[in-house]
Ligand binder design. Sequence first.
Ligand code: MF3
Ligand code: CO
Ligand code: CO
Length: 254
Amino acid sequence: MAIKIKTLKEIQGIRKSAQLAGKCLKYLEQFAVPGNTTQFINDKALEFMKEHGAVSATLGYNGFKGAICTSPNDVICHGVPGPYVLKDGDILNIDVTTVLNGYYGDTCKMYEIGTVTDEAKELIDVTKECLRIGMKECYPGNRFGNIGYAISEFAHNKGYSVVYEFCGHGVGLKFHEEPEVAHIAPKNSGKRMRPGMIFTIEPMINQGKARAKVDQSDGWTARTIDGKLSAQFEHTILITETGFEALTDVYGDF
Ligand code: MF3
Ligand code: CO
Ligand code: CO
């Protein structure tokens, strides 16, 4: 199957949704503090989406019960919001996927809860840099595999492992479209990027082993097998004539 080239109208719609998702992450910063539950943050996110005329893509998605994903500490991704109380020193990933006028925007970032260790800080910094490095590979004619090649070379050099069981993905008209965007891949592998393609890059980087294990209790929460920390950043990326636009990077952090 071919990777969809979005029309101008579709791009405009997806950009709006993506920007809203980015703004939602910023809005949630004030709530990512010790003492709050992940359920509380979930409810604030849902309120924000509603107020802006959007719905959550994750709520009810294959039975997922959250309006966002909240993934603390050793949770790699797909953490289900609930009674977990955030405590000083936690690191937390929040992943927001909005549907606005039928268009999808998908982004996530890390939050430091109170004061975190230098080790945790370094993991977060390296993971953010992994996304930046992946974004640098985004231009017409380049192959998707070079995103994963660049990310994994950097992460491994820093002594971290790259989660391979979850990938980035085409996005925009549906939640998950082609292609799969691997965060570890052979150089010059995969299809070529073309203007109008929209997809996510969302590296998950682990302190310890790369392997993920999904909790039996909810069928979603993916944890590191060794209990060590994991971090993730995600942007929705549009390939342009000359390079890329990070549609969810509303505050120019990248
Ligand atoms: N937003 C996640 C992603 O980046 C997917 C979450 S699916 C859910 O692809 F069901 F777990 F919410
Ligand atoms: Co995604
Ligand atoms: Co996401």
